[in-house]
Design a binder for this molecule. Structure first.
Ligand SMILES: *Cc1c(COP(=O)(O)O)cnc(C)c1O
Length: 377
């Protein structure tokens, strides 16, 4: 069976993990964590990085930094991973789900302003497939209504919006280093803080609500409980793995983009000719090779394509189940139809894509998809 994902390793991961063990410093914020912060800050060009144990944790820290109180409203796309919404639900927020664009699973920025009420506190911009949301109109809405923007940049490392790195456009951003993402550490994430006035509190929230980080820098002579927080920092073993990946990010991205372009050369025009919605890169976005997806004309066609791929020993998969219809949330949803979120839930397929996928493997998948598409002509 050809896997959907295969975690990539550069070879240096084990060397760095070995060094962390030999140096006998395994808890967080040692030299490997600091090196990762440095590389992330260099890659993004502005803002401050704080490693977390997951993107979910980074989003939970962001929700605390947004000062979300029970009853506050947060605008989130419905077609996203649970954590984009759950992090705010944990703080008692009422979620207002936005629909996706017809052209792309990203949230429809045109629909956002109508969702703003006096209780709205934040907009969560999820860059699906590493493709930027249309950020300037979102920033304009946020400025006029005094809202925070949190970027869920879980899939978006190394991609940009109008030449600006994703992760630097919100007040806060969250990256994921889960093994299914481009740059990985098994489980892992980082909180990117773009507002200097939020950084000190971010450090405290990440260290169980204490000012331990300032203590270790020698800025204060003892540390204590000064705020709410949690244990969001990863161990040096995780940071050591991640450092090897961040050092190789250009190579990793180039490999993934090459696979994605190879799929596109084989399938782009054919799919479009069969009424399949193929990946779309708006002129304001750059790609990072995170994902190759196809949106079939209906749920039945999707089921047939998934079955066809399984029969051919290839693991292709669907993606999110729209959150406004989820078992946890549907009774709280305000009842608005979100037809695009429903359509992506029912019709989207993702093809295998990983950094060391060979041209032969890519062609093998493309051949099978091509056979299927010919039955749709
Ligand atoms: C993967 C992902 C997350 C969660 O990341 P974790 O590191 O597993 O917590 C959140 N949002 C989006 C859009 C994701 O793709």
């Amino acid at each position: 069976m050809l896997p959907f994902n295969r975690p990539y390793a550069t070879g240096n991961e084990i060397t760095y993990i070995g060094q962390a063990i030999a140096e006998r410093k395994l808890s967080g914020d040692g030299r490997f964590t600091m090196a990762c912060h440095g590389l992330l800050e260099q890659l993004l060009g502005s803002g401050r990085a704080l490693l977390t144990t997951s993107c979910t944790d980074a989003l939970e820290a962001a929700a605390i930094l947004c000062d979300i109180q029970p009853g506050d409203e947060v605008i989130v796309p419905s077609f996203t991973f649970v954590s984009s919404a759950n992090a705010f639900a944990l703080r008692g927020a009422q979620l207002r789900f936005a629909d996706s664009l017809a052209s792309h699973p990203n949230l429809d920025h045109h629909s956002v302003e109508a969702l703003v009420t006096p209780r709205t506190r934040a907009i969560v911009a999820v860059h699906y497939a590493g493709v930027a949301c249309e950020m300037d109109p979102l920033r304009d809405i946020a400025t006029r209504h005094g809202l925070m923007i949190v970027e869920d940049a879980a899939q978006a490392i190394g991609a940009s919006y109008r030449g600006r790195p994703l992760g630097t456009l919100g007040d806060l951003a969250a990256f994921s280093f889960h093994e299914t993402k481009n740059v990985i550490s098994g489980e892992g994430g980082s909180l990117h803080v773009n507002r200097p006035d939020l950084f000190a509190r971010a450090e405290v929230i990440r260290e169980k609500g204490t000012n331990r980080s300032a203590f270790f820098r020698g800025e204060i002579d003892k540390y204590g409980w000064i705020d709410i927080g949690s244990s969001f920092l990863p161990s040096e073993l995780v940071a050591a793995y991640l450092l090897a990946q961040l050092e190789a990010i250009e190579d990793i991205q180039a490999r993934r983009v090459a696979v994605s372009r190879r799929y596109d050369a084989r399938l782009g025009a054919l799919g479009a000719g069969c009424g399949v919605q193929m990946p779309f890169l708006p002129d304001y976005a750059s790609e990072n090779g995170h994902m190759y997806y196809m949106v079939l004309p209906d749920a039945d066609a999707r089921a047939r394509l998934l079955a066809h791929m399984t029969r051919n020993d290839i693991l292709a998969t669907f993606h999110y189940q729209a959150l406004h219809r989820s078992r946890y949330f549907h009774a709280q949803h305000d009842g608005r139809a979100l037809p695009q979120a429903d359509r992506y839930t029912e019709c989207l397929v993702r093809l295998p894509l990983y950094a060391d996928m060979t041209a032969d493997e890519t062609d093998w998948v493309a051949d099978r998809v091509e056979t299927f598409l010919h039955t749709m002509l």
